[in-house]
Ligand binder design. Structure first.
Ligand code: ADP
Ligand code: MG
Length: 279
């Protein structure tokens, strides 16, 4: 008989109708979808949820690397879809968390190796194992995007405060509204000093353009690049200020009403210093 890991046996519920299936998407590449998926997933797991992160980027998988789990991959989502292995065999449990696992993408296959119907069926199978399923979507609005969206019931759109990223996010939001599904928004890589100097759009400006509910603003921070390169989710570092930011996004997704920290507005002290230095 197959021995199930603690993850798969934790609070096992069959046909969990309340499982949140969220596609993390953006249109533009390189804005932070994978980083957000990994860190938000870890934050949700730390809060006691059973979380499965799905890498929908067939042929270009990297969610496994960001979480440092690449050496443990045996099966992938395409093999599950083709019936070559059981869904539970393809899940890789993250040993640092009680209840976090990833379902890897295939590395050596084409995007067309899985259809939207197959993708959605595999994702539906995860309801048994997860309270939250976060689907890390590839860039663009083609096959990979359509597959990832087919598996989801809601979306988290990630954008940076740059015109090109916002334009692509707007396009993606238009597609998601056609489905339709609820859409949350994360603004990533905000640089308050650039907002203040007028070289970057402020949070309010981005929100004015995009038809989605803001659930988080993540600053641009070298530390994110470092932890990503080491394969370590930020929430593991108790003293890290970014940990609180991902934790708050997790809580907002749970439905908690927490005000967004406004990095882009000068604080009282900065205004005071500004007034003094400008005389
Ligand atoms: P995507 O999945 O949208 O292509 P990634 O999550 O891979 O984007 O991020 C692209 C790059 O940006 C990575 O090198 C990542 O470490 C970096 N990055 C993501 N978010 C931040 C941030 N808030 N601050 C600094 N660097 C970031
Ligand atoms: Mg990515």
């Amino acid at each position: 008989m197959e021995r199930s890991s603690s993850f798969l046996s934790v609070k096992k519920k069959v046909g969990n109708v309340s499982t949140r299936r969220i596609v993390v998407t953006s249109g533009k590449g390189g804005v932070g979808k994978t980083t957000t998926t990994a860190n938000l997933g870890a934050a949700l797991a730390k809060r006691g949820h059973r979380v499965v992160l799905v890498d929908a980027d067939i042929g270009l998988r990297n969610l496994d690397l960001v979480l440092g789990l690449e050496k443990r991959i045996v099966f992938d989502i395409v093999e599950v879809a083709e019936g070559r292995c059981q869904l539970r065999q393809a899940l890789i449990k993250d040993k640092r968390f009680e209840s976090l696992a990833i379902l890897p993408a295939a590395q050596t296959r084409e995007k067309e190796a899985i259809t939207a119907e197959q993708f959605a069926k595999v994702i539906a199978g995860l309801d048994e194992f997860a309270d939250f399923v976060l689907i890390d979507c590839p860039a663009g609005i083609e096959t990979g995007f359509r597959n990832a969206v087919a598996g989801a019931k809601e979306a988290l759109v990630v954008t940076t405060p740059e015109v090109s990223a916002i334009r692509d996010a707007d396009r993606v939001i238009g597609k998601l509204l056609e489905v339709p599904m609820p859409i949350s928004l994360v603004i990533n890589r905000l640089r308050p000093e650039m907002v203040r100097s007028g070289d970057m759009l402020a949070v309010e400006d981005v929100c004015e353009v995009l038809n989605a509910t803001l659930v988080g603003v993540i600053p641009d921070d070298e530390e994110i690049i470092d932890t990503t390169n080491r394969g370590e989710p930020i929430v593991l570092d108790e003293s890290n200020r970014l940990r609180t930011i991902y934790d708050k996004i997790a809580r907002r997704l749970e439905g908690e009403d927490i005000p967004i920290t406004s990095f882009e507005k000068p604080t009282f002290f900065k205004r005071l210093i500004g007034a003094i230095t400008t005389g």
